[in-house]
Structure formats: C-alpha cells, structure tokens
Design a protein around this ligand. Structure first.
Ligand code: HEM
Ligand SMILES: *[C@@H]1O[C@H](CO)[C@@H](O)[C@H](O)[C@H]1NC(C)=O
Ligand SMILES: *[C@@H]1O[C@H](CO)[C@@H](O)[C@H](O)[C@H]1NC(C)=O
Length: 337
C-alpha cells in the first residue's frame, strides 16, 4: 500500500503548545503507590552479570522466533496493570483460574512465557534464588524493545513475585480494543498515567499481531452492517481479505502494516493515515484530546521514545510487592509453596 506521509509544516509547534497544556493538566494527584525502593543497581552485588544473562537469552530466543518481541512486550503490560508488576500473570493454574486464564489473556501464552522461563532458568544457574520473575519480565521487555531498534533504558529492579494470581482480578483492569478515549483514559489514569503516557504506551502496537476477532466488528458490523469510516479504505479492503467474515480463530494480522517488527514511530503516522487496527488505536487520532500527541510522536521518533521510556518506568512501579507480600519464585510459573 502506498504510504502518504504528512508534511511536518507548522504542526509540531502547535502540538507542543497543546502538549504543555496537557502535561500541566496531568499534574493532578495520582493514586497512592507503594514506595518500594527500586533501583537499577539492586542486584549489583547479589547477581553481577544479571543483565548480560538476560540480554543473551532474550537474543537467543529472538533469533529462534521473532514473535518473542511483541509477546514479551505485551506480557509486561498485562502483568503490571493487574495487581502490579508481580509476575502473577505467569502462574500456571490447575483450574484455569489464574490471571492468565482471564478472557483478556488471548495470545498471551507461548513465546512471551517461554522467553521468561528460559531467562529465569539461566539466571537461576548463576544466582539461585536471588532474582524475581517480576524483575526478569521488566528486563526482558526492555531488551525486546531494544532488539527491535527501539529505545534503551535502565530498568529499575527490586520487585518481589506476588503470592496470588486470580483470573477474576483481571476484569476491568485492562483496556479493551473497542474502547474510545473517554473509556481508555480512566483505565490508564487509575494507574497514574497521563494522556501522554497512554498515547506513548499504545505505540507498543508498532510491533506484533492481533487476531481477526479483535477488530472484525470494525470491518463488518460498524453501527449496523458497515465498515468503520475511519479506516483507510485500501487498508479495510486488505483486512477483509485477510479476515473474511467466517475467518477461523487462529488467523492474525500485523498491527503495524508498515514496519511490523520494528519498534519505531510508524504507528502514529499510520493513525494519521487511517491505518489503526483497533478502535482503541484509531480513536487516539480521531479524538481532539489525544490527536496533538499522536501528531507530535508521528513527527518526532525521539519524542515518542522519550515518552515511551518515561511511561514504561511508571508502568514498572505499579503495585510493587515487598517484604512479606512477596517471594523470589524458584520457577516463574509456580508459587514456592
Ligand atoms: C491502549 C490500550 C490497549 C489495548 C486496547 C490493547 C489491546 C490489545 C489487543 C486486543 C491485542 C491483540 C491480541 C490478540 O489478538 O492476540 C494487543 C496486542 C498487543 N499489545 Fe496491546 N493493547 C493496549 C495497550 C498496549 C500496551 C500499553 C502495550 C505495551 C506497552 C501493548 C502491547 C501489545 C503488543 C506488543 C501486542 C502484540 C502481541 C503479540 O503479537 O503477541 N498493548 N493489544
Ligand atoms: C542472534 O543473531 C545475531 C545476528 O545473526 C547474532 O549476531 C547474535 O550473536 C545472535 N545471538 C544469540 C544469543 O544467539
Ligand atoms: C485464556 O483463558 C481461557 C478461559 O477464559 C482459557 O481457556 C485459555 O486456556 C487461556 N489461555 C491461556 C493462554 O492461558
């Protein structure tokens, strides 16, 4: 598909002005947060070399299967948004009632879980019983972003792994792909995220896949039996080819049709061009509250990367467990007892 790129003209300066206003509005009180002492140097003495072990194992896995990148990145979002960054999402349950069994889990399993389990096994060999699975998720998510040509940042460490994992806790905690900005905003705001954070985090959809069922409403039954007019028509046509009405449950498409496994700012230019896959993507451009942020990130990959890193650090501080509220799991998929 021929890409139309918007000229950057006078738009960025306007965007910056509106952004300043948004940032000011965002300094309202945010919800209380556990003041855990996270630090990039947390394992400096207890597990020197940790970061290179993680980096090596993540790269090895990525060389086997590149879908490790999106799978691992999505994992950190789902873990942290539900009861905090405590690796509860990894717990395997006997009765299908752990976090990963909630309906929102679709496609969560597989390569993301396998990446973390492999890293954990390698880390346990070098530093047994020292490094939490929650911290491994945070490190691996940073490493996959970097391996996909995205930004690099120092990951804050020192989380413990959680002691429970319930499917029933997931409901309402994660955004839904059918949501509009007015519904997306509170899901993020509850966790202390601003609109800028929300738009930056959504840029994670510059990598990875989505199953047809997550967006076929937009293709075939938008307000009756129509196609969502905010789709670029050529893109809607392609999606209908890939996802016919009677499509099976396993078919998935790239979320960023332009550069599907590169972590870049193409996602935002895509939104300007009507190439957003979910309603929750495309509305970020349709809504006046968030459009200036989309325009800014489309115009500057550096601004996107800076905002993404800041938001990932915030994400990593959600609901951190310390003391008797957590443990260092021996195996990431099971509690120690
Ligand atoms: C803004 C609200 C968001 C909504 C509504 C949303 C929803 C979804 C949905 C429905 C899928 C497709 C799952 C499937 O069909 O298999 C998906 C995939 C994905 N999401 Fe999100 N998401 C959001 C934000 C985020 C954030 C903040 C991140 C990470 C920082 C993220 C990372 C990913 C990745 C990397 C994939 C691809 C997974 C893969 O290919 O395995 N998403 N998201
Ligand atoms: C992964 O592949 C790249 C490129 O071929 C190579 O440079 C790197 O050493 C590989 N890493 C691992 C850990 O296998
Ligand atoms: C997701 O949850 C459903 C139940 O809602 C379960 O049948 C399925 O096995 C779960 N998928 C994964 C990957 O755990």
């Amino acid at each position: 598909m021929e890409k139309r790129r918007r000229g950057s003209g006078g738009v960025p300066s306007l965007a910056v002005a509106v952004l300043a206003a948004l940032l000011a509005a965002a300094s309202m009180p945010s919800p209380p947060r556990v003041a855990a002492a996270l630090s990039p140097d947390y394992y400096k003495d207890s597990c020197p070399g940790l970061e290179s072990i993680v980096r090596y194992e993540v790269a090895r896995k990525k060389n086997e299967t590149v879908v490790t990148i999106p799978a691992t990145l999505r994992l950190v979002f789902h873990d942290c948004m539900v009861g905090g960054c405590d690796a509860a999402v990894l717990i395997a349950s006997k009765n299908n009632d752990a976090e990963k069994d909630a309906p929102d889990n679709e496609s969560l399993a597989g390569d993301g879980f396998d990446t973390i389990n492999r890293v954990k096994a390698a880390v346990e060999k070098r530093c047994p019983g020292v490094v939490s699975c929650a911290d491994i998720i945070a490190l691996a998510a940073r490493d996959v972003v970097y391996l996909a040509d995205g930004p690099y940042w120092r990951v804050e460490l020192g989380r413990l792994d959680g002691l429970d994992s319930r499917a029933s806790d997931v409901k309402g905690k994660l955004p839904d792909p059918d949501m509009h900005v007015k519904d997306l905003t509170p899901v993020f705001q509850r966790n202390g995220f601003t609109e800028v954070d929300m738009v930056a985090l959504s840029g994670a959809h510059t990598v990875g896949f989505a199953h047809c069922s997550r967006f076929t409403d937009r293709l075939y039954s938008y307000g009756g039996a129509r196609t969502d007019p905010s789709f670029n028509p050529a893109y809607a046509y392609q999606l209908k080819q890939a996802c016919p009405i009677d499509v099976g449950p396993t078919i998935a498409v790239n979320m960023d049709p332009v550069s599907p496994i590169r972590f870049d700012n193409a996602y935002y230019a895509n939104l300007q061009d009507g190439l957003g896959l979910f309603t929750s993507d495309q509305v970020l451009y349709a809504d006046e509250a968030t459009r200036p942020i989309v325009d800014m990130f489309a115009a500057s990959q550096k601004d996107f990367f800076d905002a993404f890193v800041a938001a990932m650090l915030k994400l990593g501080r959600l609901g951190v467990k310390t003391g008797k509220d957590g443990e260092i799991r021996r195996v990431c998929t099971a509690f120690n007892h």
